[in-house]
Design a protein around this ligand. Structure first.
Ligand code: N01
Length: 542
């Protein structure tokens, strides 16, 4: 059994047992580190543990949305559909946890409430609290790793009267494990991002009446989900490792489609149409790779957006809804695209009603329902598909204090400041997996997670071998990186939408583009160079 660094309970405490925390635990065990994972849920899974809403499904293809670090793990698992549904992904995570015997090093049903760095002994003091209120613990560790996920701090907007409603309310990001049966009910759904787009058709298939409150119409692309064929599953097993190497060289960590490098302006109109049509019919995010410049050049973006709107319009049978359901206030792709299975068609049914809350703002929630535009919509249940305090919320919900008691939350008040999305100056030995300032949510998360976990593992191995007590991002290097992330973002169309990428969904949150939009491939080269130069831009302390 591993023993911890002198004076500490553990070498490493990891916060979160989703895909990131699970793999991090496995890798650090391999280094002989003494590790403890603290997880708020009563099982592994992270995002896929919490987001059990009807219709929850991954928007990255199953054959790419899986770990690639172990041939044994991949050979023992078989995905059933092109895009996996939440229960199958959670089963996969439990299969991995069994296979690697991970649970014995995970403390479940427990939240980390604070993490405080002690300069004299270079240790983190980590306080935890049982979610049932039955007490907590205090742990000392050399390293603290936030594997808290980018979309895990679920958020219900502060609607006036939100506690007055007498019926049940649900947030898509904290769905009851036993499921919800909406049969015979009148349901109000607020929010039409990915979670709303996925859940509304299923809720509508059960409920008597559904009232959807939409603030922004989103671009939806057809998912074209289908069962996987035996031969593609077999082939994927042969090429997974090689494929992952290719994914690491791709901007979004995805290999199932290729980006056309030609700009729209360089293509003949008929070729342009054909490219868009082929990709639309293929389904998924391939559409955004139809030609170069879609995310940087308004004209190219307009071609793609116009085509998407024309195809979306064809699914909407009620003329009065066409304008409402078609997105017109932002370029395509700058808010996370939603993959659609029957979403727009759901509004063709008479028992599904759309309320545009820009025209008719939500005024309050009452005992019986939701008041918008002066009218009360009576409902039996309310579903909040209202999203997350993305990228930073789960990190800053822990009271993190670094050198000289500096609070991370205060440091990040004007936007997150990290070096490479991996560490933050003033907070030695604190790592983020897929933190703000890294490509994270703009990529296949599993590829980004493996990339970060491997990097952090090598870093901890180097520090341990060299008897180095601490590593800390240098402020100048951090300032340069933050400026670089902003500069790259300003060359794209991303800042042109009120998106959660920008923090715009949270009133009062500073609006700054949080993920790194320069591509996973270039980013991977950068972090490899930094490691190769003995962690250039970080200070190593004896
Ligand atoms: O959350 P969102 P989500 N009044 O923030 C609306 C990933 N994910 O849970 O757009 C009225 O996207 C808000 O309106 P607006 C994926 O990365 C992946 O759906 O801000 N409405 C919006 O319509 C995704 O992007 C998968 O104007 C309010 C909605 O609520 C991310 O998680 C599945 C409001 C929130 O949409 C988050 O998706 C699910 C207010 N006060 C999620 N506040 C897949 O893999 C917010 N809204 C497929």
């Amino acid at each position: 059994m591993a023993t911890a660094v002198k004076g500490a309970d553990y070498d490493v405490v990891i916060v979160g047992a989703g895909f990131a925390g699970m793999y991090m635990l496995h890798k650090l065990r391999g280094l002989g580190q003494k590790v403890r994972v603290i997880e708020a849920g009563d099982g592994v899974g992270g995002t896929w543990y919490w987001n059990r809403y009807p219709g929850a499904r991954c928007d990255v293809e199953s054959l790419e949305y899986q770990y690639a670090f172990s041939d044994d793990i991949q050979k023992g698992w078989k995905w059933s559909e092109r895009y996996s549904a939440q229960p199958e992904i959670l089963r996969y995570q439990n299969y991995v946890a069994d296979k690697l015997d991970l649970r014995k090093d995970i403390t479940f049903s427990t939240r980390v409430t604070s993490a405080t760095y002690n300069e004299p002994n270079a240790l983190w003091t980590i306080k935890t609290h049982k979610v049932d209120g039955s007490g907590g613990d205090t742990l000392q560790a050399r390293f603290c790793i936030m594997a808290t996920g980018c979309l895990s701090a679920a958020r219900v907007p502060d609607f006036k009267g939100k506690d007055d409603f007498k019926g049940p309310t649900y947030h898509t990001g904290g769905w009851p494990h036993e499921g919800v049966d909406f049969t015979g009910l009148k349901v109000g759904v607020i929010g039409t991002g990915s979670s709303g787009v996925q859940s509304i058709p299923i809720i509508a298939s059960q409920a008597d009446h559904v009232t959807v409150f939409q603030r922004t119409a989103n671009f939806t692309l057809p998912a074209c989900n289908r069962p996987l064929k035996e031969e593609e599953i077999a082939r994927s097993k042969e090429i997974l490792l090689e494929n992952r190497q290719q994914a690491l060289k791709a901007p979004a960590g995805i290999t199932c489609f290729k980006y056309n490098k030609k700009l729209a302006a360089e293509m003949l109109p008929e070729d342009l149409q054909k490219e868009l049509q082929d990709r639309w019919e293929l389904g998924g995010f391939a559409f955004l790779g139809a030609f170069g410049g879609v995310m940087t050049e308004k004209k190219s973006n307009d071609y793609a957006a116009d085509y998407a709107r024309s195809r979306m319009a064809a699914s909407i049978k009620k003329p009065e809804l066409v304008e409402k359901l078609l997105p017109n206030d932002h370029p395509i792709g700058v808010k996370r695209l939603c993959l659609d299975t029957n979403y727009l068609e759901t509004f063709n049914d008479d028992h599904v009603e759309l309320i545009d809350v820009r025209e008719n703002p939500i005024e309050r929630i009452t005992e019986k329902g939701i008041v918008a535009g002066g009218k009360e919509y009576e409902v039996d249940a309310i579903v909040f598909a209202t999203g997350f305090d993305a990228m930073t919320g789960a990190i800053t919900s822990v009271d993190i204090a670094g050198r000289k008691g500096e609070k991370l939350k205060e440091k990040w008040a004007a936007g997150p400041r990290t070096y490479l999305g991996l560490g933050s100056a003033g907070f030695p030995n604190l790592f983020f997996i897929t933190g703000p300032g890294s490509p994270s949510v703009l990529t296949n998360m599993i590829v980004s997670i493996e990339q970060h976990v491997d990097w952090i593992t090598d870093c901890i191995a180097r520090l341990t071998k060299g008897n180095i007590r601490s590593i800390e991002a240098n402020r100048d290097a951090e300032d340069e990186w933050v400026a670089h992330v902003n500069e790259v973002a300003s060359m794209t169309l991303y800042p042109q939408a009120n998106s959660w990428y920008m923090g715009a969904n949270i009133p009062g949150k500073t609006q700054v583009f949080m993920p790194y939009p320069g591509g996973l491939d270039l980013y991977g080269q950068k972090i490899a160079e930094v490691a190769g130069a003995d962690y250039a831009g970080f200070e190593l302390g004896a």
